[in-house]
Design a binder for this molecule. Sequence first.
Ligand SMILES: *Cc1c(COP(=O)(O)O)cnc(C)c1O
Length: 353
Amino acid sequence: MTLRTNQVTIDYRAVTKNAAAVSRFAGKRIIAVVKNNAYNFGIVKAVSALMDGGADHFAVTLAEEAAEIKHARRGAYVLQLNPASESEIRAARSRDIALSVTGLPWLETHKKSLRGIDLHIKINVGMNRYGLRGAREARRALELCAEYGLSPVGLHTHFPLAEEEDLTGHDRQIDEFAAVYRELSALREFSYIHAENTATLLRRDPRLSFCNYGRPGILLYGYVPPPAEPPEWLAPTLFASTRVVDLHTVLEGEHLGYGTSFSAPRELKIAVLPIGYGNGLLRARKAMPVYIDGRPYPIAGGISMSHTYIETDDSVKIGDEVEIYGRNARPDRLAAVGLAANSEQTTALHTGA
Ligand SMILES: *Cc1c(COP(=O)(O)O)cnc(C)c1O
């Protein structure tokens, strides 16, 4: 077998393990978030892996993603989070896809078409993307549902401040959602109450014990937002490697690649790697070392379209395998060191999935 120079491998068994472990850790079932081609893990393959781990509820942003899951796995429960158009509502009915009630105007517009579809009422606690504001609007939504014979089976929200250092605002938003829940649950029993993304789920906040489902994304794929460190039961899933294709010595003051932003502070041994942003590596990736034989080597200079340079030593040879992501280099660490969101690298990397 010829080894490819650049390889990206996804460990779907690890995804399966993570699905089971996350649910066990959270002490509740999960609605697995598989938007954006399952964070670029391949939506159908990821759904299968997650189902093997016991997760059979999924959330997506788009109608086409929901349809793709239902086409592949009819038994999956799928919730479309983004506002559905009239034609998407027809598709949701015929394919048994649940929809989010993303606002009172949306419900007013579509109330005559929504009978028989599972509806999850979204509460806006500060994200200001979708959702009803406060218990008053939510009560009005329930009234409309009753009037038109609709099925509001779910209540959910999304917390925008869960990854902040100061959690005061987050705490207030938890209280707000809990208050809406208390008021609405006196009027109606919900089968699905969900709010916790990865950052929130990891805290196992007792104030959210009324949520019977968690709704994590990145955690299922093995990664966490900073400052959280991955729990020991979580398995990394994404492996990317390349090979050293050339070696050079550069003298003090010489540059590397395009431009002059990098000047060698002294004589350096440099290895050339044939991977760059054209392969989906974030430029922020340069804040972390790569690994050869488990040893770290810093990236020198910028990341260009198809090449990256690293500072090496005499032990490194042409053809050596270089870990870009794997056991040592975690894509989520970029959020801590490299000005990237925790899912930014998985969704950008060319996984081929
Ligand atoms: C992306 C998303 C999630 C999952 O977030 P993670 O931080 O990846 O766990 C949950 N809910 C909504 C509404 C989302 O958009």
